[in-house]
Design a protein around this ligand. Structure first.
Ligand code: ZN
Length: 290
């Protein structure tokens, strides 16, 4: 009797020990998920962005850059520039910006319509006007900010504000972290992707971006990229670096490819329109509307 009880107790202890071990491993994995993801990306373990299918059966044709520059279906912009402390903006980088509706707010050209729609939706749904506290910054302005407060401001060349692709937004009484306490802030954080924007420094991305959650900093990337990034909880780093160079991917009615700069560009034989952006890592990202 005593012997069998001991045996039973032993089994229970071993089972409990195994369960604790399993739960700890699972918790450790979840907590380190983005670390593991970053490591895997760096080592080329992943090549395909989440929820993006390889478009293997696309018929391709080669074009020179000059041919594409003079093709009326093709537009060039800077919407997919990856800007961080690893991929600094070149010192001679010229942002392609325009003024937003006589406001002294300057933003990257393709953002004008997208921002008008996003701020229009905020106004319509919450009654609040969306304001911009920081838009385009020159390199000199970023240098001055960095000198003043190196703990908060990033190094010159690493700020998205120098590209004109980022805006810091707020509504009356709710700026910075408090932005999320307003219905407008919550709307921007959950719907900006429908207008081509991402929350560039998301709560889940600090390990990869190196920057804590900034619910106020919106970054334009356009369609279909913003939707994929939001729906799969990716950072811009993960998204851009996960494209295998030279491959074509099918994403929500678009074909997307990341190709090395300098040579010819392969394109689908038939397409309606196309946007080409440098990604600041030495490649172009080509977004084709089928
Ligand atoms: Zn910002």
């Amino acid at each position: 009797m005593m012997k069998s009880l001991n045996k039973k107790a032993k089994t229970i202890i071993i089972a409990a020990f195994a369960a604790v071990l399993f739960v700890s491993a699972a918790v450790a994995f979840i907590l380190n998920y983005h670390n593991i993801y970053a490591f895997a990306l760096k080592n080329g373990w992943f090549c395909t962005p989440v929820a993006v299918e390889n478009a293997d059966d696309t018929d391709l044709q080669e074009y020179s850059l000059n041919e594409l520059l003079s093709d009326s279906r093709v537009s060039f912009d800077q919407s997919l520039m990856l800007v961080n402390t690893t991929y600094l903006l070149p010192e001679d980088f010229i942002p392609d910006v325009v003024e937003y509706k006589d406001t002294t707010v300057f933003m990257s050209r393709p953002m004008i319509d997208a921002y008008a729609q996003l701020s229009g939706a905020v106004k319509e749904l919450t009654g609040n006007k969306l304001y911009v506290s920081s838009d385009l910054r020159t390199r000199e302005e970023q240098e001055a900010l960095y000198r003043e407060d190196p703990a908060t401001a990033t190094i010159p060349g690493a700020s998205e504000h120098q590209s004109g692709l980022a805006l810091d937004v707020y509504v009356a009484y709710y700026a910075g972290d408090a932005f999320l306490k307003s219905p407008s802030g919550r709307f921007v954080n959950t719907h900006a992707h429908e207008y081509g924007f991402i929350i560039r420094y998301p709560s889940y991305g600090e390990e990869i971006t190196g920057i804590r959650y900034e619910p106020w900093h919106i970054r334009y990337v356009g369609a279909p990229h913003a939707g994929v990034i939001y729906n799969n909880q990716l950072t811009l780093e993960e998204y851009i670096l996960s494209f295998e160079i030279g491959e074509w991917y099918e994403i929500d009615g678009y074909l997307v490819s990341r190709q090395t700069m300098g040579g010819n560009i392969t394109m689908p034989e038939d397409f309606t329109s196309c946007t080409i952006s440098p990604d600041n890592t030495g490649c172009y990202i080509i977004t084709v509307k089928k």
